[in-house]
Design a protein around this ligand. Structure first.
Ligand code: THU
Length: 142
């Protein structure tokens, strides 16, 4: 798929988890996969709800899976959806990613047929607020 097997693994995980999306209301299935500081891949899909605002994004699921597995840093994340324009994370998910990532962390955007764009967190969420703004936050920025 790409020249990078790590990126290919994220793509494969996002594509597989997207199949599990629960998106009966929008009909818009999304998969996200991220690599943590130990090299492990965690994935999530969007989970919609009859009470529409309660639904969660694929990125939120992937971040929750990482944290539940003990991961605390996002080294790279890939979002996969099928849309004419590449699907970047929503504003809330940019902030979710920000909690565990640095300005240079790559955010890859893919469609079913492959990679479409590459951003950094800083590009998508400039001048952002994060743990280091809080005293004694206890978050390791590494
Ligand atoms: N969605 C995601 O899961 N991630 C994104 O980056 C964009 C939007 C979901 C939310 C909702 O279930 C559906 O896509 C339509 O907005």
């Amino acid at each position: 798929m790409t020249a990078d097997p790590d990126l290919d693994a994220l793509f494969a995980a996002a594509r597989a988890v997207r199949e599990q999306a629960h998106a009966p209301y929008s009909g818009f299935a999304v998969g996200a996969a991220l690599r943590d500081e130990a090299g492990r891949v965690h994935a999530g899909c969007n989970v919609e709800n009859a009470a529409y605002p309660v639904g969660t994004c694929a990125e939120a699921g992937a971040v929750a899976a990482m944290v539940a597995a003990g991961g605390r840093r996002i080294r790279a994340i890939l979002i996969l959806a099928d849309s004419p324009a590449p699907v970047t994370p929503c504003g809330a998910c940019r902030q979710r990613i920000r909690e565990f990532a640095g300005p240079d962390t790559p955010i890859f955007v893919a469609g079913p047929d492959g990679l479409r764009s590459r951003f950094t967190l800083e590009a998508l969420l400039p001048a952002s607020f994060g743990p280091e703004h809080l005293p004694d936050h206890g978050v390791d920025a590494g």
